[in-house]
Design a protein around this ligand. Sequence first.
Ligand code: PMP
Length: 465
Amino acid sequence: MTDIKTVAERDRSSVLHPFTQLKDFATGKIGDPTIVTDGRGVSIKDAEGRSYIDGFAGLYCVNVGYGRTEVAEAIARQAYKLAYYHTYAAHTTEELATLSDRLVRMAPGAPSKVFYGLSGSDANETQAKLVWYYNNLRGQPRRKKIISRERGYHGCSVISGSMTGMSFYHDHMDLPFPGILHTGSPHHYWGAEPGETEDSFSRRRAAELEQLILREGPETIGAFIAEPVLGTGGITPPPTGYWREIQTVLRRYDVLLIADEVICGFGRTGADFGSILYGMEPDLVTVAKGLTSGYMPLSAAIVGQRVYNVMEEAADRVGAFSHGYTYSGHPIAAAAANAVLDIFEKEELTNRAKTVGSHFQKRLKERFAQLEIVGEVRGVGLLGAIEFVADRQTKRRFDPQIKVGARISKAARDRGLIARAMPHGDILGFAPPLIVSEPEIDEMIDLAYRATKQVMDELAKESQT
Ligand code: PMP
C-alpha cells in the first residue's frame, strides 16, 4: 500500500467529505482522515493497524458482518458473467427477478412491485414521486403534501432531505422544499408532559397529526413517511400505542403510509421489518442498507397493491412509467443482495437480533441506567442509544459546547470501539452487525462504559477549575 501520509494528503486535497467540518479538516485541526483498510466479522482495521469493534455496522448496514466470502464470490461471479445491463423497456436478469420475487414475498403491507435505486435518499425521492403520480392518476391532483416527523431521517436529496426533520440538514441549502411538512417526534422522554403515560402521549401525537391534516385540508395531504423506529434522530422506539393511533388518523383521511425501513428492515429490530413489529400496514416501503449489507449500493421502493393498481390501470392513458436510473436493478448489486438474503435466512439473523438483542438491551440498561449523566437508555433488537444529560431530575441538557456525546464516542474509539455520537443532542448510538455474539456485546458495552466513566471524570475535574 502507498504510505499512509500520502494517502491522507491526497484525501485531504481532493475529497469533499460528507458531514465533516471542512475547515477543521482542511487545516488538520481534526487530524488526518482515518484510512480504513480491512473488515472481518464485527471488526474493522485502520492503516495504522488499530482494530475496532464496529458497534455501528458502518452506518447501520453491514448486518451480515465484514469479509463474507459468499457475498464477495457472488459479486465476482456476476461481474464475470454479466457486469451490467439495464432494466428499461422490460429488460431483466435472473438475479434481479429472483431478488424481486423474494422482496415481494417478505415485505410488509401488501407489496406488489419493486423499483430499484442506489441509496435510501433516492428511494425516498422515488416514493414522493409515486405519491404524486398515484394521486394525479386517480384524479386527486391536489393531494401532494407529504408529512414527516421532527427528527425523522429520510436522506439528504431535495425531497428526502426535506422530509428529514432536523434543521441542520436544511440550513443554507434552501430546504425544506414546499409541500413537505413536519409533525412532532415520537420521543416520549423529551416530548411528554410531566406524568403523561406513553399511551396518552401517543394519542396526543396522533391528535396533533390530525390537526395538521385538518389545518392544511385533507384533500391536499398525500402521504405520511416515518421510520418504524426513529433512527438517526436519536434511535427512539415508538411509545406504546403510537402506530395504532397514527394509522387510525391516516386511514380516516385516506393518507398513504410510507414506511422507511432503511434501518429497521431485514432483522435489525428483532422482527423481519419494523412494520411487522409494530403492526404497521404501509402502502409504500423503502429499503436499502441491510438489503445488501453495504456490499453494493442498492435501495428499493416497494410499491403496494393499492398504489400499483392505479398505476397499471392508467397506463393506456398516460403511457410508460417514466422514471428510472441507468443503474436501477444493477445485476451485481442484485447478486450481492441475494447472497446477503441467503445468509439472512440461513443464519436466522432476525432471530439472532431478537435473542442477542435482548441480552444487549438488558446489559445496556444494567451498566448505564444508573449513571448520573444518563437520562435515558433505550432501544429494541440490535439498536440502542444512551442519552446523556447534565441533570437527570430536570432533564437539563449539557452545554452543546462541551460536546459530551462526541467526547464519549471519541474516548470509546480510542479504546477500540466505534459507537456513534448521534447528530442531535448528546447521544451514543449502537447498531452492531446482526452476527454479533453475546461476548462481543459484553465487550462493546464494557468499552463504552469505561469511555463514559473517563469523560465523567474529566467533566468533574473541569467543573472544579
Ligand atoms: N432513511 C433512513 C431511515 C436512513 O437511516 C437513511 C440513512 N441513514 C436514509 C434513509 C438515507 O439513505 P442513504 O444515506 O443511503 O441515502
